[in-house]
Design a protein around this ligand. Structure first.
Ligand SMILES: Nc1nc2c(c(=O)[nH]1)N[C@H]1C(S)=C(S)[C@@H](COP(=O)(O)OP(=O)(O)OC[C@H]3O[C@@H](n4cnc5c(=O)[nH]c(N)nc54)[C@H](O)[C@@H]3O)O[C@H]1N2
Ligand SMILES: Nc1nc2c(c(=O)[nH]1)N[C@H]1C(S)=C(S)[C@@H](COP(=O)(O)OP(=O)(O)OC[C@H]3O[C@@H](n4cnc5c(=O)[nH]c(N)nc54)[C@H](O)[C@@H]3O)O[C@H]1N2
Ligand code: SF4
Ligand SMILES: [Mo]
Length: 792
C-alpha cells in the first residue's frame, strides 16, 4: 500500500505536549478557512480537494458526512456550501492513505489495541475485507463471499434474539431501510443505534408531548425568529453552518439567548468566511444574553421561565385552549415553584432568569434549539418536556418563525429512524412491512444500546454487527462495553476507517470495508444514488464524485443484500438481488412502507428534495392519544454535588467527529496538542487544593460500590459555574457507569457524572495508551453509597 509520506502516520498523542492558551473571541473567520484547506490538501491533494469540495452539499453532489444541519434551499446555495468541520469530515474519508493486508500482517491486533482512536484513524481507509480467526493474532484477508458465509453460519447457529445489529447515523436511507428489513426478516428487533446515545431523550419526550419525535422548524423559521434560545449546544464546533443561519436571523432583528455552563466561543461571535465583514471585519455578535447555567439546571430554568410568563399573563390563551391539554395541572404545579430550588439548581440569579423571561415575553416568534447538553442527563426527558411546555404557553409551535429545534448529530441519524432503525418501532410500521413482503416481523421490542451491552455481558447475546460507528469508544462504561464485545462469538464492523471496535473484538471478528458518501457507487453496473434526511426533516439525494478508495470496497446496500442472501437464502420473500442492483427499487418499497414517503424517489430527486410531513408544524395537529399537545408536569430535582466533588460533563473538542479524532486543536477553548484535560472553575482548583496544570486522576464511585478511574488529566481553568467540570469524550467514557441513564429513554447520562480528583502519581504522563487509560473496580461486600442521582 502507498504510504504517502505527506504526513506522519505514526503520531500518537503525547499529552506532555499540551498547550493551554486563551479562549478565542470569535468562531470561524479566516483561521477556519486556512485550517480547512490545509487539512483537505494534506489528505486529498489539491486537485482531488477541489473536485470533491465543489460537490459538497450541492444539489448535484453529495451530502456532507458531518452533522445533520440542513442545507439552504437550492436558490440560496453558495459554491462553497460547507464549514471547516465538513471539510475535515470529507478529507478524513477521502484521504489517499490506505491500509491493506500488508498493514495488518505487520501489526498484531494486540499491538493495534495499544493505540488510541487518533492513531488508528490516521492509518487510512481499510481497502479489503479482513478476518480475525479464533485464537488468531493478526487480521488476515478474506473474500467477500467467505465473509458472508461466516456471518450466516454464526447467525444460523443462534436464536435471532441473540444477535445485535447496531447502526451509526451516517448510514443512508436506502441502506438503513434494507438493514432493518434484513434484521426483522431474520427475526429480531435488536436494532440499537447511536440515537440511543444522542437524541433518544428528545424522541421520547416529543412523542409524549407533541405526538411526533422530531423537531418542528425549517431553516426559514430560524431565519425569521424574533428570539432563538440555544440550550446545551455548541454550534460553533458541532453545527458550524448553524452560525450562518443565526447571522441571518440577527440581521433580521432576532435576539439570542445562550444557555450553557461553559463560555463557548461559537455562541458569542461569528466571523462568516463568506462575507468581507467576517473575513476582515468584526463579525456578528451572537448571544444577547448568556446564561451560564449550572450543569443540569435547565429543567429548573424552563420551569422558572414558565412560571414568570404565567405570572405576567404573557401566554397565548387561544393556542392553549384550542390545541393543548393539561394546562391547569401545569399551571398549578408552577404556582408552587420553589425559587430557592430554582436558584440552587440553575446557579443563576433571579434577575438573570427574569431577563430571559422578559425576552420570551417580548418575542412573538421563538425557536428553541437544543442538543447533548440537554439530552445526556438523568432527567433529560423531563427537561425536554419543560422546553415544550414553554413553547405551548406562547403558542410557539406551528407558526412561521417559531418552533422546537432539537439539533441532530450524525448527518442521517434522523433518516435512519424514519426508515425503521429502532428497537421499539411502532406496530403500524411492522404491519406495513408485513403487507409489503409477506413475512411476520417479530413484534417484541428489541434491545437498545445499553441493554445490548448487558445482554452480551450476561451471555444472552453472541453476535454483534455494527453498520458504521465505533461502538466500543462511543458507548459508556468502557471496561464493561469492552467485556461485552469480547464475550461475543463474532463481531462484525462495517467501516471505512480503523477504530477501537476493530481491536476490541469477539472470538472471531470481521472488518467489512464500505464505500463512503464521497465515492461513486456503481453497484450493479449502474450509477446509484442514495437519500438522506437532515435535522429539519428535509430529504434529498446524494451521490459522490470520487473513485472508491479501492476496487474491493462494497456499498452498504450491497453488503446488506449479500448478507441477507447468504443468511436467509434465495427463498426469502424480499427481492434482495433486485434491490442490490437498482436502488430505485428500494425507494419504491420505501414509498409503500414508510409513513410520509409516498412517491419517495421522485420527490427526493427534485432539486432540494422534499420535506416530510410533521402534523404539529404543518397544521397544529398533535398525533398524541388525546389529539392535543400535552403539557407535562415533572418534579424539580436539584442535582446535589457532595462536598469535594464535581459534576463532570463529557464534550467534543473542535477537532474530532465523535470518536474520530482528526487532530489535537480545540482552538476555541485554547487547547492545543493534547486531549487529557479537565476544565474547572478557577476557585474550585484552589479550594480542592490543586493548581492549574496539575495532573489528576478522575474517579467516579457508584452505589454498587464499583469505582471507575481515568489517569493523568491536566487541570485547566475555564469560565464555568462552581462545581462544574468538563473533559473530552471518549477519554472520559470509562467514568460513566452503564446504568447511569436518563429516565424514560435509557440514554447514557454522559453529561452529569459525579467525580472527585486525586493527584496523579505521575506514572502515566506523555503517551497514555488506551489499554491502560482506565481502571475499573467491582464493588465489594461493603457497599459505599453516594448521593443520587448517581444511581446504579
Ligand atoms: N465537528 C463535529 N461536529 C459534530 C460532532 C462532532 O463530534 N464533531 N458530533 C455530531 C453529533 S453525533 C452530535 S450528537 C452533535 C453534538 O453537538 P453538541 O450537543 O453541541 O455537542 P457536545 O460537545 O456534546 O456539547 C454539548 C454542549 O452542551 C453544554 N452542556 C453540557 N451540559 C449542559 C447542561 O446541563 N445544560 C446546558 N444548558 N448545557 C450543557 C456543553 O457545555 C456543550 O457546549 O454534534 C454533531 N456534529
Ligand atoms: N462520553 C460521551 N460519549 C458519547 C457522547 C458524548 O457526548 N459523551 N455522544 C454520543 C453520541 S451523541 C453519539 S451519536 C455516539 C456516536 O457513536 P458512533 O456513531 O458509533 O461513533 P462515530 O465516532 O461517529 O463512528 C466513527 C466510525 O464510523 C465509521 N464510518 C465513518 N463513515 C462511515 C461510512 O460512511 N460508512 C460506514 N459503514 N462506516 C463509517 C468509521 O470506521 C469510524 O471509525 O457517541 C455517543 N457517546
Ligand atoms: S454544518 Fe455540518 S453538515 Fe454543514 S458542512 Fe458543516 S459539518 Fe457538514
Ligand atoms: Mo450524536
Amino acid at each position: 500500500m502507498r504510504s504517502m509520506g505527506r504526513r506522519a502516520r505514526e503520531t500518537e498523542i503525547n499529552e506532555a505536549d499540551v498547550e493551554v492558551g486563551g479562549r478565542s473571541h470569535a468562531a470561524a473567520g479566516p483561521v477556519a478557512v486556512a485550517v480547512a484547506l490545509k487539512r483537505a490538501v494534506e489528505h486529498m491533494g489539491v486537485v482531488r480537494s477541489g473536485r470533491t469540495l465543489l460537490k459538497l452539499n450541492q444539489t448535484d453532489g453529495f451530502d456532507c458526512q458531518g452533522c445533520a444541519w440542513p442545507d439552504p434551499s437550492p436558490d440560496h446555495r453558495h459554491t462553497a456550501e460547507f464549514c471547516e468541520n465538513g471539510v475535515k469530515a470529507v478529507a478524513d474519508e477521502a484521504t489517499r492513505d490506505l491500509i491493506g493486508r500488508e498493514f495488518f500482517a505487520e501489526h498484531p491486533v494486540s499491538e493495534l489495541a495499544e493505540h488510541t482512536d487518533y492513531w488508528l484513524n490516521q492509518q487510512g481507509r481499510v481497502v479489503e475485507p479482513m478476518v480475525l480467526r479464533a485464537g488468531g493474532t493478526h487480521y488476515e484477508p478474506i473474500g467477500w463471499d467467505d465473509a458472508y458465509a461466516l456471518m450466516a453460519r454464526h447467525l444460523r447457529a443462534i436464536e435471532p434474539d441473540q444477535a445485535i445489529f447496531y447502526t451509526s447515523g451516517k448510514v443512508s436511507n436506502e441502506a438503513a431501510y434494507l438493514y432493518q428489513l434484513f434484521v426483522r426478516a431474520y427475526g429480531t428487533n435488536n436494532l440499537p443505534d447511536c440515537s440511543n446515545m444522542c437524541h433518544e431523550s428528545t424522541s421520547v419526550a416529543l412523542a409524549e408531548s407533541i405526538g411526533i419525535g422530531k423537531g418542528s422548524v425549517s431553516l426559514d423559521d430560524v431565519h425569521g425568529a424574533e428570539l432563538i434560545v440555544i440550550m446545551g449546544q455548541n454550534p460553533g464546533t458541532n453545527h458550524p453552518r448553524m452560525l450562518s443561519a443565526l447571522e441571518i436571523a440577527k440581521q433580521n432583528g432576532a435576539k439570542i439567548i445562550a444557555v450553557n455552563p461553559l463560555k463557548e466561543t461559537g455562541l458569542i461571535r461569528f466571523k462568516n468566511p463568506q462575507t468581507p465583514r467576517g473575513m476582515v471585519g468584526p463579525g456578528t455578535g451572537l448571544a444577547d444574553l448568556y446564561l451560564q447555567v449550572r450543569t443540569n439546571g435547565d429543567l429548573a430554568l424552563m420551569q422558572a421561565i414558565g412560571a414568570l410568563l404565567l405570572e405576567w399573563g404573557s401566554i397565548d390563551r387561544d393556542f392553549i385552549e384550542q390545541y393543548t391539554s393539561g394546562f391547569e395541572e401545569y399551571a398549578a404545579a408552577l404556582g408552587e415553584l420553589d425559587w430557592d430550588q430554582v436558584l440552587e439548581s440553575t446557579g443563576l440569579s433571579r434577575a438573570e432568569i427574569e431577563e430571559a423571561a422578559r425576552m420570551f415575553q417580548a418575542s412573538s416568534k421563538t425557536v428553541t434549539c437544543w442538543a447533548m447538553g440537554i439530552t445526556q442527563h438523568h432527567n433529560a426527558v423531563a427537561t425536554v418536556k419543560e422546553i415544550v411546555n414553554v413553547a405551548f404557553l406562547q403558542g410557539n409551535i406551528g407558526k412561521p418563525g417559531a418552533g422546537l429545534c432539537p439539533v441532530r448529530g450524525h448527518s442521517n441519524v434522523q433518516g435512519d429512524r424514519t426508515m425503521g432503525i429502532w428497537e421499539r418501532v411502532p406496530d403500524h410500521f411492522l404491519d406495513a412491512l408485513q403487507a409489503e413482503f409477506g413475512f411476520d416481523p417479530p413484534r417484541e421490542h428489541g434491545l437498545d444500546t445499553v441493554a445490548s451491552i448487558k445482554a452480551l455481558n450476561d451471555g444472552d447475546a453472541k453476535f454483534f454487527m455494527g453498520l458504521g460507528g465505533n461502538f466500543v469508544s462511543a458507548a459508556p462504561d468502557t471496561s464493561v462495553t469492552e467485556d461485552a464485545l469480547r464475550s461475543a462469538d463474532l463481531t462484525v464492523q462495517v467501516s471505512t476507517k480503523l477504530n477501537r471496535s476493530h481491536v476490541v473484538h469477539g472470538r472471531e471478528a470481521l472488518i467489512l470495508p464500505a464505500m463512503g458518501r464521497s465515492e461513486r457507487d456503481l453497484t450493479g453496473g449502474r450509477l446509484q444514488k442514495v437519500t438522506v434526511e437532515d435535522s429539519m426533516s428535509s430529504v434529498h439525494t446524494s451521490h459522490g464524485p470520487l473513485k472508491p478508495a479501492s476496487p474491493h470496497l462494497r456499498s452498504e446496500v450491497d453488503i446488506i443484500c449479500s448478507l441477507a442472501l447468504a443468511t436467509l437464502g434465495e427463498s426469502s420473500p424480499v427481492p434482495w438481488a433486485r434491490f442490490r442492483s437498482d436502488y430505485s427499487e428500494i425507494r419504491h418499497s420505501i414509498s409503500r412502507v414508510v409513513p410520509g414517503c409516498a412517491a419517495y424517489g421522485e420527490k427526493a430527486s427534485q432539486p432540494g428534495g422534499f420535506v416530510l410531513p410533521h402534523p404539529p408544524r404543518d397544521t397544529r395537529t398533535f398525533p398524541t392519544d388525546a389529539g392535543k399537545g400535552m403539557f407535562q408536569v415533572s418534579p424539580l430535582e436539584v442535582l446535589q454535588i457532595p462536598e469535594g466533588k464535581l459534576v463532570l460533563q463529557t464534550i467534543r473538542s473542535h477537532d474530532q467527529f465523535n470518536t474520530t479524532i482528526y487532530g489535537l486543536s480545540d482552538r476555541y477553548r485554547g487547547i492545543e496538542g493534547g486531549r487529557r484535560v479537565i476544565f474547572l472553575h478557577r476557585d474550585d482548583i484552589t479550594s480542592l487544593g490543586f493548581e492549574e496544570g496539575d495532573l489528576v486522576d478522575i474517579i467516579s464511585e457508584w452505589k454498587d460500590g464499583s469505582v471507575r478511574q481515568v489517569p493523568t488529566f491536566r487541570i485547566v481553568a475555564y469560565d464555568q459555574p462552581r462545581g462544574c467540570a468538563a473533559a473530552y469524550y471518549p477519554e472520559a467514557n470509562p467514568l460513566v457507569a452503564l446504568e447511569h441513564t436518563a429516565e424514560g429513554s435509557n440514554q447514557p447520562a454522559y453529561k452529569s457524572v459525579i467525580v472527585h480528583l486525586k493527584k496523579s502519581d505521575g506514572g502515566r504522563t506523555g503517551v497514555v495508551h488506551t489499554s491502560d487509560a482506565h481502571t475499573f473496580t467491582r464493588g465489594d461486600e461493603a457497599k459505599r453509597y453516594i448521593d443520587p442521582p448517581q444511581l446504579s
